[in-house]
Design a protein around this ligand. Sequence first.
Ligand SMILES: Nc1ncnc2c1ncn2[C@@H]1O[C@H](COP(=O)(O)OP(=O)(O)OP(=O)(O)O)[C@@H](O)[C@H]1O
Ligand SMILES: [Mg+2]
Length: 247
Amino acid sequence: MTCRITLVLLKYIWGAKMLKVRRINQFYGGSHILRNIDFELPEAKVTVLLGRNGVGKTTLLKTMMGLLPAKSGSIEFQGQNLTKAPPYERARAGLAYVPQGRDIFPRLTVAENLQMGLSSQSGSASIPEKIYEMFPVLRQMLSRRGGDLSGGQQQQLAIGRALAMNPKLLILDEPTEGIQPSIIKDIEKAIRVLAASGQMAILLVEQYYDFAQSLADHYLVMERGEIIAKGLGADMEKNDVKALLAV
Ligand SMILES: Nc1ncnc2c1ncn2[C@@H]1O[C@H](COP(=O)(O)OP(=O)(O)OP(=O)(O)O)[C@@H](O)[C@H]1O
Ligand SMILES: [Mg+2]
């Protein structure tokens, strides 16, 4: 009994782990890209994944989403083993992915792009109002074609589409890449609001250190296909994480 109370307390203190990635290995042909990647994500927190160009961040996200089948290792999400699940099943389980380079449908309108995000849900769900509150520009441009938006607006649309799925874990791959500072601020604010809602966990891949640090509850650093450091966002400066990213 005491043991059980202690366990519950420990879980409360450390935060429940919603995602468990265990010893993932990945290859492109003969190149060993991910090496025994092992980490956990807590519920309702922002975890930033940092690392220089080409260390394998996007490959890891694609493997988590099932776009690349893991060669070995396992992925468990809220107690469900997703290691062999196809991408649509992972989406249905609550994982939403905003790929690097904001992969929207350029020939569909903003409204149609957002509706694509709803297609993973059953019934006649509608676009959640919070998406327009976060990114008012999307409401103003509902009938405009995705391809006619600016880069920053396309990034907002890509995030909006992922949010339309009502995910439990939102995965963002370098959302600030090539985007003007004013929109970076809007995206930062949106991530903060989402994190504060307590309704979803966020995994944010970033190379822009200041942006990452300002949002991180936890951090992970990758180097040549391995996680080489992890800790609390509040300790990033003390642990000199920036030095690990210097070229
Ligand atoms: N489709 C592919 N086929 C072969 N090699 C690939 C492929 N995609 C990526 N790579 C290589 O795998 C390694 C990891 O790439 P990945 O895109 O995962 O890195 P990244 O950390 O996301 O980099 P960036 O910060 O530039 O986005 C790199 O050496 C890259 O050149
Ligand atoms: Mg990448």
